[in-house]
Design a protein around this ligand. Structure first.
Ligand code: FMN
Ligand code: COI
Length: 386
């Protein structure tokens, strides 16, 4: 579909990106696991939370400034870690990083970036955090952590929901693998020579992401053997990404994590979990003031960011919307995605009578009556809400 103007909302951006991207790359970005119930539910569940706005407050000056891990940030809206930004645009993670720097929120860089981590940090930019997967060859992960620490990343985000890759049917049908022209630049190091496929490009030998990931990932990783090890090799704060329960929040506290990200990996790992917005309250309650709680999954509106903040998230991350922006117009497009969400957040704040991020608390949302979505048989199209 052609628009006379730039896309004005995230769903416009999604449609435009879909028209631009090669179908296999689009499918990899878009896909969720199995029936994609969780992927869809992440977005739909926001509708079950209604706003409880307050009127006649002076909203002539508002600010989205906040603190995250003790550091000031201009906005709680950040970029979630996503593999291979160069699938969307040749400038890849550099373009995203410039967009994040202009917006002032945190950017989390994926281990699977197509730009080496040393090249990503922008001067004067936001806090950068490094996402980590742990491999059977722990020296590979250790090297990444040490490089990230010396490059200036301010936290390690350990993804804990992916001992193996979820089964994304469309990628399985496409036998999706990184295309030959792309390199997973963080792996262009001698230690990974024995990890087939991990340099990407021509070295991929036709293996799919799922195959190489499963063959090299450390499935024996646990709270007990993972977090203490990580703490022994870095002084950076550790954030566990993929926490969906109060139980795991308590374990994250016990093991000294500085934060958790409530995330189900955008519905790409275990299909059938709660939507992240529905899981957030139990994590916030278990966290108390012991660690910071962050959020991602299905955010497509500034009002979604507002709802997650109201339910206790300290920062809110988006993945696919930024990738769609990147596909649309590189740095400008990624910035457009973040600007749309940021200005919608500000609008929601003004229309609900909140002037500062600290004011946005539970009193601004109605908790939902449980409503579950029914899907049309054999499809991932929601047909009814029960
Ligand atoms: C294309 C794509 C690649 C991703 N790659 C990673 C990754 O490398 N590491 C990670 O921890 N999460 C990864 N994620 C998950 C995101 O960080 C995030 O949890 C999720 O996508 C947020 O949901 P949203 O896409 O609805 O905003 C990826 C997500 C997508 C869509
Ligand atoms: C290369 C993958 C492991 C990246 C990822 O986490 C994802 O595709 O969801």
């Amino acid at each position: 579909m052609e628009y006379a103007s730039d896309p004005v909302c995230i769903s416009d951006l999604e449609r435009v990106a879909k028209g631009i991207m090669p179908s296999g790359a689009w499918a990899y970005y878009d896909s969720g696991a199995n029936d994609e119930q969780t992927k869809h539910e992440n977005t739909l569940a926001f509708n079950n939370y209604r706003l409880h706005p307050r009127m006649l407050r002076d909203v002539s000056t508002i600010s989205t400034e906040t603190t995250i891990l003790g550091q000031r940030a201009r906005t709680p809206l950040g970029v979630a870690p996503c593999a291979m930004h160069k699938l969307a645009h040749p400038e890849g993670e550099l373009a995203t990083s410039r967009a994040a720097a202009a917006t002032g929120g945190i950017m989390i860089l994926s281990t699977y970036s197509t730009t080496a981590l040393e090249k990503v940090i922008q001067p004067g930019g936001p806090q950068y955090w490094m996402q980590l997967y742990v491999y059977q060859q722990r020296s590979v992960s250790e090297r990444l952590v040490r490089r990230a620490e010396s490059a200036g990343f301010k936290a390690i985000v350990l993804t804990i929901d992916a001992p193996v890759l979820g089964r994304r049917l469309v990628d399985a049908r496409n036998r999706f693998a990184p295309p030959p022209h792309l390199r997973l630049e963080n792996f262009l190091q001698t230690e990974v020579a024995s990890m087939p496929g991990y340099e990407g490009g021509e070295d991929a030998h036709g293996e799919t992401f799922g195959e190489t990931f499963g063959a090299n990932g450390d499935q024996s990783l646990s709270w007990e053997n993972g977090i203490p090890w990580l703490r022994s090799i870095t002084s950076l704060p550790i954030i566990a990404k993929g926490v969906m329960t109060a139980e795991d929040t308590r374990l994250a506290i016990q093991h000294g994590c500085a934060g958790v990200i409530v995330s189900n990996h955008g519905g790409r790992q275990l299909d059938g979990t709660l939507a992240t917005i529905d899981a957030l309250p139990q994590v916030v309650e278990a966290a108390g003031d012991k660690l910071e709680v962050y959020f991602d999954g299905g955010v497509r509106r500034g009002s979604d960011v507002f709802k997650a903040l109201a339910l206790g998230a300290r920062a809110v991350f988006v993945a696919r919307p930024v990738l769609w922006g990147l596909a649309y117009k590189g740095e400008k497009g990624a910035k457009l995605a973040l600007d749309i969400l940021q200005s919608e957040l500000e609008l929601t704040m003004m229309l609900s009578g909140t002037r500062r991020i600290e004011e946005i608390d539970q009193s601004y949302v109605y908790q939902p009556v449980a409503r579950w979505v029914r899907y049309a048989a054999g499809t991932n199209k929601p047909v009814a809400k029960l």
